[in-house]
Design a protein around this ligand. Sequence first.
Ligand code: ADP
Length: 713
Amino acid sequence: MDQPEGPVIPTEEQFGIIADTVPVLVWASDPDKQYVFFNNGWLRFTGRTTAQESGNGWLNGMHPNDRQRYLDIYNSSFDTRKEFKIEYRLRRHDGAYRWVVDHGVPHYQAGGTFAGYVGSCMDIDELRQPEKIVPFDTNGALEKEQTLNEELAATNEELSAANEELASINVELQRIQKKLAASNDELEEKVALRTKALSDSEAEAQALNEELVATNEELAATNDELLNSEKNLQNTISELHAAKEQSEKNEKLFKSIALNIPKSLIIVIGKDQRFLTIEGDLMGKLGYDSKDYTGKHPAEVTPPERYEATKHLYEKVLAGEQFTVERKSETGEDFRVDFVPLKNDLGEVYAGLIIALDITDIKKAEEKSAKLAAIVESSDDTIISKTLEGIITSWNNAAERMFGYKEAEMIGQSILKLIPEDRQSEEPKILARLRTGERVEHFETKRITKGRKLLDISLTISPIKDSHGNIIGLSKIARDITEKKQDELRKNDFIGMVSHELKTPLTSLTAIIQVVNSKLKNSGDAFLSGALDKANVQVKKMGTLINGFLNMSRLESGKMLIEKKAFDMEALIGEMVQETKLTVSSHHIVFEPHQPVMVVADPDKIGSVISNLLTNAVKYSPKGKVIEIKCMVEDGEVQVGIRDEGIGIQLHDQQRLFDRYYRVESNNTQHISGFGIGLYLSAEIIQHHDGEIWVESQAGSGSTFYFSLPLTS
Ligand code: ADP
């Protein structure tokens, strides 16, 4: 008898294989947002079962930081039936979180009824690390093939078991029918014989009768047996019906999955290369219009040169080889095409599965990452990236030159390895600033090399954000400023030395002026005593300037001593106001003391801060204006505010005002002398007291400078 040509593949089986073979994780949800389906790729990835993942179970595997964002997008897309694309971290079976991109689309039944969502995820973790671009994982495909084969074998076993059962029922039926026919023949023969014998003997008739009864009984039993077999057959048939219905349902689901995997084309060809299935939204793009291809040979429906170009690939997959090719379309899109042979449990190929995916976006990202990686590698600056937890994720050549550690020694290590013991508390503070999305620029600090050498470096740290603006890491650019620091130290030493040398003649000058002043007191020469007063004011100014430089040089070389003791802040403010009033008569300085406010701090240093803020208020406001100073106690700290009615300060200048040598450049300030170190020193002094200093101001409407100190220290 002739065997039918080619394989007979149940369609539902094809789609089961497709969903489980596509190199993506696939899920589907029902119209009530409940997740009802996860393909084998998914389950293998998470190492969990469908029962664990269903409902909302799979969300347990999503990184907690991504969950709310995912749910917001999923729910809002679902409610508006919109397609969505979202990146999040999903826990792999080995516990590692991997970045995946999930593309969800609504799917509809044939009549247009909304049937839920189908989503496909791709592992893009490698792509999120520009320095680690790795090619596609082809081992995964092998693994998939293995699972695929195992599943095929299981399905085939089930089918052949059902067939065997049917066959054995048939054999049984035939056997019973034969037995029945034989019994009938025998019976007829016996009836003829016995009828003849009946006339011969009554006794014999009796015997014949008995035998007849026995035969009848035998017949009835055979009938019962037949009836039972028929019932069994009926049961098996209805079981088969139920199984068929279920497969049809599955077929629909798988078909809709194949159709809904975004940017894909799935083809199944038989042993004779004829198309068994073509599905997917890339059909048009890849040159398959909407004609029905099922049962057609590629040579019939595609141009000859195209068939010639792909023929060897079809032959290769049907010869049992699994492989992947990459293709570029005429319009510039990139495709990855996987060829997977489908084998029965004997290992024979009965069909070929071809899956094409549009990987243009991934390719572009790869190229971009490769370019970036090349730039980073060749940069002369040290560029390091790390996670928000401070774990190093990339390390360029310049980093190796600067710190002496090789890339392999540092990837996965904590950044603390580079931070000296006494500066380890810096890291959490910087991280806190960066978490708010702020960039930290030119942060000068010290780091330690592999050879335990201390380096002065300047750091610029920026948050790395994903396409949704979430901070997913940090990038650090470091410059070695050891040389620059040495220069600064030398300059500081020089400034310190000069200031110190200048102080001695100035002290003598002050003393001489005082002596001359007291001698002239009674001379009555108004001009001379007025001139000496002015000389006194100028000498004081010079003294303040020189002290400023001296303090700065001490601060820079770490020699500024803070000598704390208890004193009354209100009294100190009163003294400083009096002292300023001695030399300033152009402004109205207002201060109303209330009650003593005791603090523990260095009164000389705090005094110089107050004096500096008062002098600035005078310098930067027109004559005749009011300068008001207030002292308040609030929340365990004392707050001092100095308000003027002067030129004010623009917002962008306010941020840099406390930097060393910073002066506002404007028409208003160009004729006012100064070096831009007063506020820098004040800020350093206040910080050494664990306090804070800040300004509130508006250009043209005056400024108020504040500082606060803890009451108990
Ligand atoms: P200096 O006054 O010697 O230049 P400072 O460090 O004390 O240095 O001040 C830095 C800059 O801040 C000043 O050059 C000035 O532009 C601005 N500034 C300080 N105080 C005031 C103020 N009260 N009003 C307006 N601008 C001010």
